[in-house]
Design a protein around this ligand. Sequence first.
Ligand code: ZN
Ligand code: ZN
Length: 149
Amino acid sequence: MIDISEILENFRAFIKSKGLKYTPEREEILIEILKYKDHFDVDELHMELKKKGSKISKASIYRTLPLLIEAGYIQEVYKQEGRAYYEVVINKLPHLHFICIKCKKVEEIIDPKLIELIQEHAKKKEFHLLSYHLEIFGTCLECRKGGMV
Ligand SMILES: [Zn+2]
Ligand SMILES: [Zn+2]
């Protein structure tokens, strides 16, 4: 489980350490993002906030996301047609993304063997791992059934 109050406290310290101002907007954005179990993009997030009566602009979301990435709370999963998708990475195991280039569906594959393999290679190279995610592009079964390749 994600402990929101602890994260908010960390985030406040992080913003301060960067010499930035901690605004209620940033906190609101982070709280909303932490609810996502799946991938999301800025439009989706903006709509969700708007539905709740928030006046947060897309511009301030765009300004806040890089901070959340830097703080290690979220990561960019993939970019498609100028749209970037993100996911919360707190308490989440490293995983693969199978991305269908036709319907844009993203499937997550979490496999301990894969994580072991990456850690093994990192050890060999004396490379210190910070974060990782893998994107694999192709076509899903449904799309191929539809005769689309
Ligand atoms: Zn597909
Ligand atoms: Zn993912």
